[in-house]
Design a protein around this ligand. Structure first.
Ligand SMILES: O=C(CO)COP(=O)(O)O
Length: 214
C-alpha cells in the first residue's frame, strides 16, 4: 500500500513529519511519502523521505508569475505531484496540462477527484494514479473506506473501465491502520491522508499505527 501524507498548510513541522515518514518507511513493506508546501520541498527532500508536491501548473518555463513549474518542483527533490486536489481544483484542460507538465518533468502523478464519475474522467488523462476523496469527509476523521465503501469500490471500477494501468488511492478521514486495511480490501492501492498525521501530537506514532497491520 502507498501511504501519501499531504501536509496542506497545516502548522506542523514539515521536517519532523518527513523524518518520521522516512524512518517508518524503513520498518514496513508499505511505501510512505510526504507532500509539503512548495516552499518546503527542498528541505523536506533533504531528509531522505519520498517527497511529493501538492500541485503543479499547466505551464512551461516562461512568463507565468506566481505559478508552480513542474521542473522546479522536480529540481527541489520531489518525485511526484498531486493534481486537482479538492482544495486546489482545476478546470479539465488544466488538469490535462498539469499531467503533461508533470510527465515532462518525470514526476509521478496522482490526480484527485471527488467521486467515481470524476475518477473515470481523471483516469482518461493518463496519470499514474487517481485518488477519490469525497469532500464532505475530508478532515472529519470519519474514514471514507469505512463510512462510504461504495465510493471507493465504484472509483476502482471506474478507473479500471477506462485504463487498467491507473491505480486508485482513496482519502478523507483516514487515520488508523484499520482504515488503510479497509481501503485495500475495497481495491485501493493506497491512501491519501492529512490531518491524521499532520495534526497528531506524535506524527511518528500516527504513522506507525497506520502501517502496523500492513
Ligand atoms: O484531503 C485529504 C488528503 O489529501 C484528506 O484529508 P484528511 O486526511 O484530513 O481527511
Amino acid at each position: 500500500m502507498f501511504v501519501l501524507v499531504n501536509l496542506k498548510t497545516y502548522p506542523c513541522d514539515p521536517i519532523a513529519v518527513a523524518e518520521a515518514v522516512r524512518d517508518v518507511d524503513e520498518t514496513t513493506d508499505a511505501r510512505l511519502a510526504v507532500a509539503p508546501q512548495a516552499a518546503q520541498l527542498e528541505r523536506v527532500a533533504e531528509t531522505g523521505a519520498e517527497t511529493w508536491a501538492q500541485h503543479v501548473d499547466s505551464i512551461e518555463h516562461g512568463s507565468n508569475t506566481g505559478h508552480t513549474l513542474a521542473e522546479s518542483v522536480a529540481d527541489a527533490g520531489a518525485v511526484g505531484t498531486l493534481i486537482n486536489h479538492s482544495e486546489r481544483r482545476l478546470k479539465l484542460a488544466d488538469i490535462d496540462g498539469a499531467v503533461r507538465a508533470a510527465q515532462r518533468a518525470d514526476l509521478e502523478t496522482v490526480v484527485c477527484a471527488n467521486n467515481p464519475a470524476q475518477i473515470g474522467a481523471a483516469a482518461a488523462l493518463g496519470p499514474d494514479s487517481v485518488a477519490v476523496e469525497p469532500p464532505a469527509l475530508i478532515g472529519t476523521g470519519t474514514p471514507v473506506s469505512q463510512a462510504d465503501p461504495d465510493v471507493v469500490e465504484d472509483a476502482v471500477d471506474a478507473a479500471a473501465t477506462v485504463d487498467a494501468d491507473v491505480s486508485v488511492l482513496c482519502g478523507a478521514g483516514i487515520s488508523t491502520g484499520d482504515d488503510v486495511v479497509a481501503a485495500g480490501d475495497l481495491g485501493a492501492e493506497g491512501v491519501l491522508l492529512a490531518s491524521g498525521v499532520a495534526k497528531a501530537d506524535d506524527p511518528k506514532a500516527a504513522l506507525e499505527d497506520l502501517v502496523e497491520p500492513l
